[in-house]
Design a protein around this ligand. Structure first.
Ligand code: SAH
Length: 214
């Protein structure tokens, strides 16, 4: 089956059917060639309803998870978003389709290099990359309309929260290193308003305000 057709089925069966309605998210997921962010050996599984390994012990998130997290950020063309955990770069591409500007941080240099190359090849010009501990944020460009953390965290990293705009949203899996609750954290009058959504499983966020390196 052609990849474009697989993508359409992925969006219909895994994303729209499960309740995602944001048209910008749906269009982005129809457009971005998810298989290109994976090794050719697993291209046939690229549109399946599951996460997949991307090397270095890390994973590309399940398509539905990417869609829901993006929808919950409530972004548009005027938004500036910070992503922690570039990984394959697939989620980064989805954000770049929707937002004016994306800043993304990855702690593993080999993954950052591969993701950057792929995203540049695909022609994205609104993404800035950084290698390092994302729990420390990216102060020069703060505050952000949205912050997305694509790794499981023990708590809301305070520095990251301080870099969120008033009225902005952070989407973050909070829990232990085996399972988390996907949580939306809004900033209202400088304070956190946390809305737990549903259970999920992400690789650990490793850093000063995350988990210690094993
Ligand atoms: N959105 C990515 C998810 C990759 S998995 C995708 O769908 O491909 C999570 C990523 O977070 C991993 O690549 C991991 O190396 C990275 N990560 C973990 N802790 C981090 C930290 N403190 N700063 C930056 N990246 C981190």
């Amino acid at each position: 089956m052609e990849f474009e057709k697989k993508r359409r089925l992925m969006v219909e069966n895994q994303i729209v059917r499960r309740g995602v309605t944001d048209e910008r998210v749906i269009q982005a997921m129809l457009k971005v060639p998810r298989h290109l962010f994976l090794e050719e050996a697993v291209w046939e599984s690229a549109y399946g309803d599951f996460p997949l390994p991307i090397g270095e012990g890390q994973t590309i998130s399940q398509p539905y998870m990417v869609a829901v997290m993006t929808e919950k950020l409530e972004l548009d063309k005027d938004s500036c978003v910070l992503e922690i955990g570039t990984g394959s770069g697939y989620q980064t591409a989805i954000l770049a389709e929707i937002c004016g500007q994306v800043f993304t941080i990855e702690r593993i240099a080999a993954l950052e290099k591969r993701a950057r190359k792929k995203l540049e090849e695909l022609g994205y010009t609104n993404i800035a990359f950084k290698i390092g501990d994302g729990t420390l944020g990216w102060s020069g460009l703060a505050p952000y309309n949205g912050i997305l953390i694509t790794a499981g965290s023990p708590k809301v990293p305070e520095l990251l929260f301080s870099q969120l705009k008033e009225g902005g949203r952070m989407v973050i899996p909070i829990g232990n290193s085996f399972s988390q609750i996907l949580t939306v954290v809004r900033k209202k009058d400088g304070k956190k308003i946390e809305e737990p959504c549903f259970g999920c499983t992400f690789v650990p966020l490793i850093g000063r305000e995350g988990w210690e390196d094993a």
